[in-house]
Design a protein around this ligand. Structure first.
Ligand code: ATP
Ligand code: MG
Length: 141
């Protein structure tokens, strides 16, 4: 994959192919941030990457805040949507998750806390174009 990678995915199946290609780029310890609106496809992308890593049944961490999985790699799937202040990071143990050097960390709604997430490896921005089309941009820090 060459960076920045940018493509309009015409249908969820095409997004899944991009996610599978991206899964091969990941190393243990990587921090992957997601930017993109409600329903843009962040969880869908993470689910597809995880599936490629041998992890099935990924669900949205909107309420759990953090989901942990073990497949080919250890994965933390984090959703910051319901976090109001960075103060809460400490209580939830988010800094511990983010500093885990073995796990791949996927963070939805990273745009809400840029100051706390400066040290990332990949930034994936998903833009809604229409019901089936999404513009997917993958940048490497
Ligand atoms: N090309 C596409 N790529 C990704 N998802 C698509 C595409 N076309 C349609 N979809 C659909 O869009 C929806 C995206 O929902 P998803 O939960 O992944 O969004 P999200 O960005 O995680 O939202 P939230 O901010 O609420 O967590 C899914 O139902 C998915 O099937
Ligand atoms: Mg989501």
């Amino acid at each position: 994959m060459n960076y920045p990678f940018e493509k309009v995915a015409d249908g969820a199946e095409e997004t899944k192919l991009i996610a599978e290609e991206f899964a091969e780029e990941l190393n243990g310890g990587d921090l992957v941030l997601f930017h993109g609106n409600l329903g843009s496809g962040k969880t869908f992308f993470v689910r597809s990457v995880c599936s490629a890593l041998g992890i099935d049944g990924v669900t949205s961490p909107t309420f759990s805040l953090v989901n942990e999985y073990h497949g080919e790699k250890k994965v933390f799937h984090i959703d910051l949507y319901r976090i109001e202040k960075a103060d809460e990071f400490e209580n939830i143990g988010l800094y511990d998750y983010l500093s885990d050097e073995d796990a791949v960390k996927f963070v939805e709604w990273a745009e809400l806390f840029p100051e706390q997430l400066k040290d990332y490896d990949f930034l994936i921005t998903i833009e809604y174009i229409d019901d089936n089309k999404r513009k997917i941009k993958i940048e490497r820090k």
